[in-house]
Design a protein around this ligand. Structure first.
Ligand SMILES: Cc1ncc(C[n+]2csc(CCOP(=O)(O)OP(=O)(O)O)c2C)c(N)n1
Length: 579
């Protein structure tokens, strides 16, 4: 068998049934082999390789399986890079395969040669260059295993053209063992007991969950644990939906644009139980003050995360699903029974939440067509299993704040890298993974324009998603920062020359709807739901709306500004108080 065919056969062994990519000189042999497998592997030809990588991410995050993207050497591989880096930051299992110039030309500056091994080294969990056709099956199988196991992440495989064309007798192994990679899944019982001891001594415990809890499919175990301890739960944006946001214990999302109740809880908790969360600066703000007055229990499958940003009192290395289950058992075994133990704490948080929501509703009623209004209406309109992907910016944070999710894998956003352009291709990948659920891309006018060419792919492959562009004619989030922290010196943020996104959709032979009034928004959603193809909503929201409250960058959590109940201060108040 030739290497190219063996590559495809090995992908089949990995149960790959779809790949997103673009053909080109150094990857022609692979695509040629694919020609004979049309009924087994769906080959989605995208319009830009960045779209392929984000689509693979959307596929992986919606399904829990490994996503696959393909490119040619040089510029093709380089165009994958943003998506690969994004996948590393958010621990998304993807395998990116790119052609390479023939082995004898490597290092010669051959046409379309780029040192992809050098480029991808710091942005992958691991990368491989296949130098002999005999190594194809073992390397591809290792790549998928590494992508999915332990803390998932992107793997890059570089395949020189001559390797794809060489004859080989190599067999595809049934299993691959990687002795140097054996992630710890089961927690140490002594640490579990220590953690439970802290919980028994706590007065104001808080459970903080991150994206790792979605990756480990820990929703059920999390619910049981939270309901046993009867402690409030807040999530990072990556974990939105892992705990039902309509549950009485939910404080919704925390962090830079989180709810006041969640941030108040994080400041005041005495025992913080964090699971699958990497304590990014968007959650902690200034880390020193973040730690004050609390003990921290940190559960993570990746020991390198523990103690990285925050000092930890009880580290628990293990898979979140297993650890949470064991913690519940230990809690019961150690005699935790008093369901009312934290009732005063819960009542206080609930009060804050209700007051904030009442203030938000008042604002929405007063204002015209705003992002807040759209997100709140969208939240009511969509079904519980619908998937929302996002671009990056204010719209993403409005969505985080106002759209409620009850199920894991229904909120797919670029959390770690904050990659504009993620929304549309990620929606495409998610819809391919879950063809029976509705998929919405909540986008910004800036973000959408970064990967909008994938409308052609959606049309060609009859993939229906609903992009909702909250069009404020600005790079809105940056404008907000300039307004709040740079005395409104709007430099490089105005998008006065935006196209009509309705007409743009029409140019791609799709439908588009322009929304200019509050009364038109839900009708447009209904129309989009009815249409059998992708329908783009161009929603002309207010230009200078801000997403508040907000944690000013590198500030202490107590310096959050623009809230309506606890954090009522302005940036000027914060500066005055610092003096
Ligand atoms: C690829 C990329 N370039 C630049 C940025 C910096 N950035 C963060 S948010 C933002 C504005 C996003 O504008 P838009 O997509 O219109 O969304 P809005 O904030 O207006 O909702 C920019 C430029 C980024 N996150 N990603």
């Amino acid at each position: 068998m030739k290497g190219n065919k063996l590559m495809v056969e090995t992908l089949l062994k990995e149960k790959v049934d779809v790949l997103f990519g673009i053909n080109g000189g150094a990857i022609i042999p692979f695509y040629d082999a694919l020609y004979d497998y049309k009924d087994k592997i769906r080959n989605i030809l995208v319009r830009h390789e960045q779209g392929a990588a984000h689509a693979a991410e959307g596929y992986a995050r919606a399904s829990g399986k490994v996503g696959t993207c393909v490119a040619t050497s040089g510029p093709g591989g380089c165009n994958l890079v943003t998506g690969i880096a994004d996948a590393l930051m958010d621990s998304v299992p993807i395998v990116a395969i790119a052609g390479q110039v023939p082995t004898h030309l490597i290092g010669n500056d051959a046409f379309q040669e780029t040192d992809m091994m050098g480029i991808t080294n710091p942005i992958t969990k691991q990368n491989f260059q296949i130098r002999k056709a005999d190594d194809i099956p073992i390397i591809i199988r290792k790549a998928y295993k590494l992508a999915r196991e332990g803390r998932p992440g992107p793997i890059y495989i570089d395949v020189p053209k001559d390797v794809q064309l060489a004859e080989t007798n190599a067999k595809i192994p049934d299993n691959v063992d990687i002795p140097s990679y054996r992630p710890t899944l089961n927690p140490n019982p002594i640490q579990l007991k220590r953690a439970v001891k802290l919980m028994l001594e706590a007065e104001m415990p808080l459970i903080l969950v991150g994206g790792g809890t979605i990756i480990s499919n820990a929703s059920k175990e999390l619910l049981e644990f939270a309901e046993t301890l009867v402690a409030p739960v807040s999530s990072t944006t990556m974990a939105k939906g892992v705990f039902p946001e309509d549950h009485p214990l939910s404080l919704h999302v925390t962090g830079m644009h989180g709810t006041e109740a969640a941030n108040y809880a994080i400041i005041n908790t005495d025992v913080l139980i964090a699971a699958g969360c990497r304590f990014s600066d968007r959650i902690t703000g200034d880390t020193k003050s973040f730690q004050e007055g609390k003990k921290v229990i940190h559960i993570d499958i990746d020991p390198a995360e523990i103690g990285k940003n925050v000092k930890v009192d009880v580290p628990i290395v293990g898979d979140a699903k297993i650890v949470l289950k064991e913690l519940t058992k230990t809690l019961i075994a150690e005699g935790f029974k008093d369901k009312n133990k934290f009732s005063a704490w819960r009542k206080k948080l609930k009060e804050i939440m209700e007051l904030c929501e009442a203030e938000e509703d008042k604002a929405i009623a007063k204002e015209d067509l705003t992002a807040k209004f759209c997100c709140k209406e969208l939240s009511k309109f969509i079904k519980a299993d619908a998937i929302i992907t996002t671009g990056v910016g204010q719209h993403q944070m409005f969505g985080e704040h106002f759209i409620m999710r009850k199920n894991p894998r229904t909120w797919i956003t670029s959390g770690g890298a904050g990659t504009m352009g993620f929304g549309l291709p990620a929606a495409m990948g998610a819809k391919v993974a879950k063809p029976d659920v509705e998929v919405y891309d909540l986008d910004g006018d800036g973000s959408f324009q970064m990967t909008a060419q994938e409308l052609a792919t959606l049309k060609e492959h009859k993939i229906k998603v609903v992009p909702i562009i909250l069009n404020n004619r600005y790079l809105g989030m940056v404008r907000q920062w300039l307004e709040l922290f740079q005395k409104k010196r709007y430099s490089g943020v105005e998008y006065t020359g935006n196209p009509s996104f309705q007409k743009m959709a029409e140019a791609f032979h799709l439908k588009g709807i322009t929304v200019t009034k509050k009364s038109e928004f839900v009708d447009a959603l209904k129309q989009a739901r009815k249409n059998d193809e992708t329908t783009v909503l161009d929603v002309m929201v207010e230009e200078e709306e801000n997403i508040l409250p907000m944690l000013p960058p590198a500030s202490k959590l107590k310096e959050i500004i623009g809230g309506s109940v606890i954090f009522k201060q302005s940036w000027d108040d914060v500066l005055a108080a610092r003096k």
